[in-house]
Every structure is written in structure tokens, then in C-alpha cells.
Ligand binder design. Structure first.
Ligand code: PHE
Length: 442
């Protein structure tokens, strides 16, 4: 019997029953938007890196996206049954290998490397997800971390050293809501066997102040750009507001999210927390302790440049790319003409569970996952699909079979689609849904 394999960047990977990464996704690996000069994702990276200057922080921007399941999940303490591990959410190369779902996949190896007190990693990350104007299966994150070494700080006094470092951070007059205590005994506990509460108060304060500084740096530029573009709406002119909310990550405790009040809504822009000491112990640096964060670069870039659709970042159209220059020159994106939407519905019955023999990838009613529909649409329609929405769902009262209807919005960012073109795409989607998911069209 022949072993099948996938050749990626000169490396051969065995294929097995876990493999679910389509060629269309692998084609994103060489794009490296975060490194392209003048690309908004790259400009956003550079602005954020300014808040985490070298030599305190080493900037890693070139780490390959194929990682082991151990790196992406195990090393970070993800439980075996964590939904993030499922094939509906994550692209598997094979059962031991994935496209990283977050930059945290590299925490352990960088802790082990122990080059500097801090670092940032910027990189492409991959997740199976919905299709709409703010979700794309490939996006970019920046991870950052800062550590203090018990053996190296004066007198071994972490508390004093961290507060002293905080005093040296730039001051700001950002309006900050931080209503919750730093430590919550159940939801946001102290790692009591490793840290004192005074240490965690100091580290959390340093973390929050560092990230608030980053937000000020970013949004003062966004505001300047908006004003330069003649946008003086009340929501632009209002003073910037952020708030800290409790969060949970398997690899930090306590954990927080930072939300920014922008154009009338609270937007979550990053997750962070005090690094779990097990990670540092396992990485051979047990005397270090500190914080980590992860921020989505597209999410921030969309605010910074007023970019309305996440697909635009992947556009090779000079009408998009030529609008951006440098981090000193942030400007509001001027949309080129908006082309008409073309809505097409597809309705189907899921296979009843009794007919699931030889299932494989095929979706019977229990193991059906919407992300499988999204991927079929994405694979065929690519960037010609703006969003996909579930518009109807019911269960037949007699047969018990489930029926779903999705509405696909075909719309190019660059040109007007003809109805024939949309029909052709839609017919391929219908056929592929039958072939891949075993649904019955209605
Ligand atoms: N990796 C997390 C995510 O993708 C973000 C995070 C990074 C949280 C580092 C805490 C510390 O959601």
C-alpha cells in the first residue's frame, strides 16, 4: 500500500484520517502579509512593536506556521476535550501536526530559548470559522510576553522590580474601566503555590499599563487619520475608552481581555494574563515569571485604517495596496466602488443518523458542523463570497430529519459579478455539499 503525503515548503507530511487542510488554505502560507512593506497588517505590526521596544523585547516575525499538536495545545495545558482541538475548528496536516491556531504555540520554545526578558511574535494563524466581513480562515496575531527572573532582580524582589519598570512606561490619559479585582478566587485565581498576590498585582498592573500604552499609540493614529479624512463624527472625536474584563485561557491565570469603545461598540481586541508557571518550569526557566498577551492584527488594522471587509487584506488589487504607505502616515481607506450583492440560497436535509454507515467526512445529523459548509463555500467561492448565513432550520415532525437553509452572498470587492458567474459558483457549491457532506438537496 502506498503512503500518501503532503509536500509543504520542502517537507513531507504523512496524511491520515485527521488530515483536513485543503490546498486553498495551504496556498496562503507564502503570503506573509505581516512582512510586506506598506501592507496595513505589516504597518499595524510595526506600530504595536513600538510599544515593546528592543532590546527588552526580541521581535520574532518569521516562524513557520506548521506546528505539532504538542506545541499548539499540549504545551499550553489545553485539556484533551477542549473544543479548539476538534477537526471542525482546526486545520490538521495529520493527527500530530496542525497549522497553528494561535501564536501562543511558540511560547514554550521561546521561553526555553531565553534570549531576552521579553518578546513579540507576529505570524499568520489558521482557524476554521464562519464566513463574514470580520472572519477569515487565515489571519495574523501578535503575541507578546515579558518576564522577570527571581535570581536577577535586585534583592530577588520581583514586586519592587516590576513596579519600578512600570514607572518607566510612558504615561497616558486614556479612560480605563477596570471594575474587577485583579484576582478572583474561582474564576481568575492566583497561582498560589508559585506567586504571591503582591507579585501578581504588580505583574498585572505592568501588563495592563503596557497594553493601554499600545492602544493609545494605535488609536491616536487612527483618530488623526480619521480627522485628516474629514471624519469629525462625535464617535471619532470622543476621548478613547477601554475596559478590562475577566477572561479564561488554559495558559494564563489570572486572565483578562481588553475591549476598546469604538464607534459605539465595545470591541474585544486582545487576550492576556499572568503566564502559568508550569509553562516556565517545563521550559527550563523556573525562576522567571511574567505576563503574555495575544492580539489580532486584522481586527486592529480594520479600526486603524477603517477597512470594512477582512477579505481586502488579501487583495492584490493596486487600488487597495497603493493606499497605504508607512506607519508615520496612517490614512483612512477610501473604498472603491461597492459592487452589487448576489444572494443565493441552498437548502438541504442532513443525513439521518441511521444512514451514516461509511461516514468518513460525511455529516449525519449529530456530527454536522457548520464550519464544514463554510469550508466548501470558501474552497469554491474564495474571496467572491462576502458572507454565509443560516436563514432557516427545522426538524421534520415525522421523520425527525433536520433541514437547513444557508444564504450565500456572492459579491466581489473588485468587480461586478455576472449572474451566470454566481450561478456557476453556486451550482458547484451545491454539488460539493452533496459529495463532501452527503446532504440531500431540497
Ligand atoms: N492565544 C490566545 C488567543 O488566541 C490569546 C492569548 C495570548 C491569551 C497570550 C493569553 C496570553 O485567543
Amino acid at each position: 500500500s502506498k503512503t500518501r503525503s503532503l509536500e509543504i515548503d520542502g517537507k513531507s507530511h504523512a496524511i491520515d484520517e485527521w488530515t483536513n487542510v485543503p490546498p486553498s488554505i495551504l496556498s496562503f502560507l507564502p503570503r506573509n502579509l505581516h512582512l510586506r512593506p506598506s501592507h496595513p497588517v505589516s504597518i499595524t505590526r510595526q506600530v504595536i512593536e513600538r510599544s515593546f521596544p528592543s532590546p527588552t523585547y526580541t521581535h520574532y516575525n518569521d516562524i513557520h506556521p506548521i506546528v505539532t499538536v504538542a506545541q499548539n495545545f499540549d504545551s499550553l495545558g489545553f485539556p484533551q476535550d477542549h473544543p479548539g482541538r476538534s477537526r471542525t475548528d482546526t486545520y490538521y496536516i495529520n493527527k500530530d501536526t496542525v497549522l497553528r491556531t494561535h501564536t501562543s504555540a511558540h511560547e514554550a520554545e521561546i521561553f526555553r530559548d531565553n534570549k531576552s526578558e521579553g518578546y513579540t511574535i507576529s505570524a499568520d494563524v489558521y482557524r476554521r470559522d464562519a464566513i463574514d466581513r470580520s472572519h477569515y480562515p487565515v489571519f495574523h496575531q501578535m503575541e507578546g510576553s515579558r518576564m522577570w527572573d527571581r535570581r536577577k532582580v535586585p534583592g530577588g524582589d520581583i514586586v519592587k522590580a516590576v513596579w519600578a519598570d512600570l514607572e518607566r512606561l510612558p504615561k497616558h490619559d486614556l479612560e480605563v474601566e477596570d471594575p474587577n479585582p485583579t484576582i478572583h478566587p474561582e474564576r481568575n485565581p492566583l497561582q498560589g503555590e508559585h506567586h504571591s498576590s503582591e507579585e501578581v498585582e504588580a505583574i498585572a498592573a505592568h501588563l495592563k499599563r503596557s497594553l493601554e500604552g499600545m492602544v493609545v499609540e494605535l488609536f491616536s493614529r487612527a483618530k488623526k487619520a480619521a480627522v485628516a479624512a474629514g471624519n469629525t463624527n462625535a464617535d471619532v472625536m470622543e476621548p478613547l475608552k477601554v475596559r478590562w474584563v475577566e477572561a479564561y485561557f488554559p495558559f494564563t491565570s489570572p486572565s483578562y481581555e481588553l475591549e476598546v469603545f469604538w464607534q459605539g461598540d465595545w470591541l474585544e481586541i486582545l487576550g492576556c494574563g499572568v503566564t502559568k508557571q508550569e509553562l516556565l518550569i517545563n521550559a527550563g526557566v523556573p525562576d522567571q515569571l511574567g505576563w503574555a498577551f495575544g492580539v489580532g492584527l486584522e481586527r486592529v488594522a480594520m479600526l486603524l485604517f477603517s477597512i470594512p471587509d477582512i477579505r481586502l487584506f488579501w487583495s492584490k488589487d493596486p487600488r487597495f495596496l497603493s493606499q497605504f504607505s508607512t506607519m508615520e502616515n496612517i490614512n483612512t481607506f477610501v473604498p472603491f466602488s461597492r459592487h452589487p450583492s448576489c444572494y443565493k440560497d441552498v437548502s438541504f436535509w442532513l443525513r439521518s443518523s441511521s444512514s451514516s454507515a461509511g461516514g468518513g467526512l460525511k455529516a449525519n445529523a449529530q456530527d454536522f458542523h457548520e464550519n464544514d459548509v463554510m469550508e466548501v463555500v470558501r474552497d469554491i467561492g474564495g474571496d467572491l463570497v462576502e458572507d454565509v448565513k443560516l436563514t432557516d432550520e427545522f426538524t421534520h415532525p415525522v421523520s425527525g430529519r433536520r433541514s437547513l437553509c444557508y444564504r450565500i452572498n456572492y459579491r466581489s470587492l473588485e468587480r461586478t459579478l455576472t449572474n451566470e458567474e454566481a450561478n456557476e459558483l453556486h451550482n458547484s457549491v451545491r454539488e460539493r455539499l452533496v459529495k463532501k457532506l452527503g446532504v440531500e438537496l431540497r
